[in-house]
Design a protein around this ligand. Sequence first.
Ligand code: RUQ
Ligand code: CUA
Length: 667
Amino acid sequence: MKKTKPLFLALAGACLLMAQYSCKPKNAGNAVSGDAASKTYVPPGKYDELYNFVSGGFSGQMSVYGIPSGRLLRVIPVFSVDPQSGYGYSEETKPMLNTSHGFIPWDDLHHVEMSLTDGVADGRWVFGNGNNTPRVARLDLKTFRTAEILELPNSAGNHSSPFATENTEYIVAGTRFSVPMDNSNGDVPINTYRQNFRGTVSFIKVDPTSGNMSVGFQLRTPGVNFDLSHSGKGKSHDWFFFSTYNIEQANTLLEVNASQRDKDFIMAVNWKKAEELVQQGKGKKESVKYAHNIYDEKTHSATSKIENEVTVLDVKDFPGLVYFIPCPKSPHGCDVDPTGEYIVGSGKLAALLPVFSFDKIQKAIADKDFIGDYDGIPVIRYEAALYGEVQKPGLGPLHTEFDGKGNAVTTFFVSSEIVKWNVKDLKIIDRQPTYYSPGHLCIPGGDTKKPYGKYVIVYNKITKDRYLPTGPELNQSAQLFDITGDKMQLLLDFPTIGEPHYAQAVPADLIKDKSLRLFDVNANANPYVAKGEGETKVVRNGKRVDVYITSIRSHFTPDNIEGIKMGDEVYWHVTNLEQDWDVPHGFAIKGALTAELLIMPGETQTLKWSPEKPGIYPFYCTDFCSALHQEMQGYVRVSPAGSNVPLTFSTGTNMPKDTVAITPAGK
Ligand code: RUQ
Ligand code: CUA
């Protein structure tokens, strides 16, 4: 399941020959020094210092860890159905996974981005990208739930996503694959790539109050592949930077054909200017189809709407909007330092790390210091944009974050290490092995204007011998380093869920006191709520039966139901009447072709069930909620179609016809 790229393998082989790099660091077991454990120890009952939001990659989910303990606090379902919570299984949550292709139970979540105010994480929302069927999700950090999912038209492989501008004016998403546009005929020979395939960068507007997203506009670009991006900061506030690969515009064997040139591009976009052009009505409206799904915490249900229009600016028609900067070689990470002056491009195949200067880029634009144009876009001379190069940094650089003290830390996949270097003098300060082959890394606030610093958490692609063997598959590993001194100190290894890519971390205080504890059942606006046991009922409407059922420690009301018939579609609307923190009830019924529901206090969730033969079907609570949790159960009787068993429902009154007693011994 590891996403090792063939080229990396080739390079990994090559690196065995290079004495200064070792693919498998030595002394892996002794790398943790004596006082490390005390720096990560959070005693039982005490809170962690930071929340760490980590993408799950192919798990489609986002997980939340406490730092420095590495304790897993939560897994939040986002793009994949989740039998634990019923997300994607309950009637209320199914619309969240709707797309223009229909219901999709899975996606690949790579990047996590916190909402920002003035360039600093504000703890309101966290965004994640769906890579495969292009989508962006917004999670609400009051509930730690997915609040919204927006599909992106004209895109494929939404990898360079979701990255925020400094006040979350926009969440930006670049397509990985260039493809024929949705409103054109896509039935073209693949090798007409250069004529028919185009790139798209989407600017998603975020409502500052509600957080609701909408596609503000899209930029149509040459048919390159976008990999990653970050917004400018401070003086570069108006700009956005994207790494690209495959400027060769190859459509086959990219591992060779997209690595022909020694430089690909960083694309610099003046998004403020794009916004102005759109406001002046310069954008073209195109008809496309994409889903927009919103979860409403009052009705406890999602709605999905198909949108049908998008505003497009073709960048070649608007000089001054976009520039290309050559960047060696197949850049992956594209990271902007806290001052907004330095832009680091991590060329996966480059033997050095280029650092570009925002001021020099502006001067090069003013001086028209271009080497030519590419599909109508000016290409700035490399040296004119370059601040300098970090020499011999390591092999296979992927991602860089900043510590807030003028230093950067970069991951090196092939040489399996992290390297700390000074952004001003470009000198290497320290290098430490990681176990093994790191992808992303996260310094808390490390991509913002004011990094919190203190730690770096490294997300490794390969685990090998770090934990007890668990068959062919091992969980990925995260490693926590203390970066307060010049030497980075390994403190802790902890396994992660799925394949972590990007992550974000913020001080716990930003979030913990705003975290919701329960839903007010009296404010529950679900159309099928029962706000008390007196409101429970079973209603037949033709073949549809709605069961308004409640749960409270430790019974369901009703718990005896008769009169369901073959051919019925039964909707179990379960309201959890508890008004106490951390008392969910579950609901499962024998033979249901779906997952359980897990219903939070004050919430209503619905399970749809069609019995497949007559009989008695038990149902029960799946969450150990009280000492009498095991007694929290009920029965439903299903009769043949056309039977005359009347529809009845009750709790505690449908008493046994006979009594049962222990026959005294000796009789
Ligand atoms: S990626 S390991 Cu999908 Cu962000 Cu770089
Ligand atoms: Cu309710 Cu167990």
